[in-house]
Design a protein around this ligand. Structure first.
Ligand SMILES: Nc1nc2c(ncn2[C@@H]2O[C@H](COP(=O)(O)OP(=O)(O)OP(=O)(O)O)[C@@H](O)[C@H]2O)c(=O)[nH]1
Ligand SMILES: [Mg+2]
Length: 210
């Protein structure tokens, strides 16, 4: 087990543009070593991190324009390793959208995806009868990472698509932090889901009070 302490976070300077932009809070979940941090670092810095340094908790920000709307992604990178799971509920409540990552060469990491889905829905108080329609309630994107390792594949694409369909059609991507495949697409899709499912609902609520 890692004995590293969580790094204290330095206050981040925000640019003028950032101040005016809408913030979208995403959290990235998935088993240890599936490539959560590598995907985020590829998105933010455009480099592939070869070494494996297990995460405790890190946060990142990225400015994006989505459908003509300026937004800032606030991305929380979580620990995949079992011993750090106590904070999950807190992360779920903090976030508006969720990226759940597994790797195509790790069967257990795929099996864990459904556990994450159920925990997110339960914590967000989605009734179990609504689970088959969950995709219209929660902004969740499922990501099959390490698709460059096709010769090591243990999880067929169809299985993941079936899982996504079981909950009403969560967005699903196969990605590679190494080859840069579908990295930007994943986070843009998650942000769009938040805008469509969470922000629009909040705006609707504001209108009905007026
Ligand atoms: N071939 C390949 N290797 C990858 C890919 N993404 C990540 N890796 C490697 O997998 C290892 C683990 O990646 P991380 O990004 O640290 O995994 P993580 O999910 O953040 O792990 P935790 O922080 O422990 O939860 C590293 O050695 C990465 O270089 C990928 O798309 N393809
Ligand atoms: Mg990590």
């Amino acid at each position: 087990m890692s004995t590293k302490k969580a790094k204290p976070k330095a206050p981040k300077k925000s640019s003028k543009k950032e101040d005016q932009s809408e913030e979208i809070k995403l959290v990235v979940f998935g088993s240890g070593g599936v490539g959560k941090s590598a995907l985020i670092v590829q998105l933010i810095q455009g480099v592939f991190v070869e070494c494996y340094d297990p995460t405790l908790e890190d946060s990142y920000r990225k400015e994006l324009t989505i459908d003509g709307r300026e937004v800032v992604l606030d991305i929380l990178d979580t620990a995949g390793q079992e011993e750090f799971h106590t904070l999950r509920d807190q992360y779920i409540r903090h976030a508006e959208g969720y990226v759940i990552v597994y790797s195509i060469n790790n069967r257990n990491s795929f099996d864990e995806v459904e556990t994450f889905i159920k925990q997110i829905l339960t914590t967000r108080e989605v009734e179990e009868e609504q689970f088959p329609n969950a995709a219209s309630e929660a902004a969740i994107v499922i990501v099959a990472n390490k698709c460059d390792l096709e010769n090591e594949r243990l999880v067929p694409v169809d299985e993941a698509k079936k899982l996504a369909a079981k909950y009403g059609g969560f967005t699903f991507f196969e990605s590679s932090a190494k080859s840069k495949s579908n990295v930007q697409e994943t986070f843009v899709a998650a942000a769009k889901e938040v805008v469509a499912k969470v922000k629009s609902r909040k705006e609707g609520k504001k209108c009905s009070v007026m």
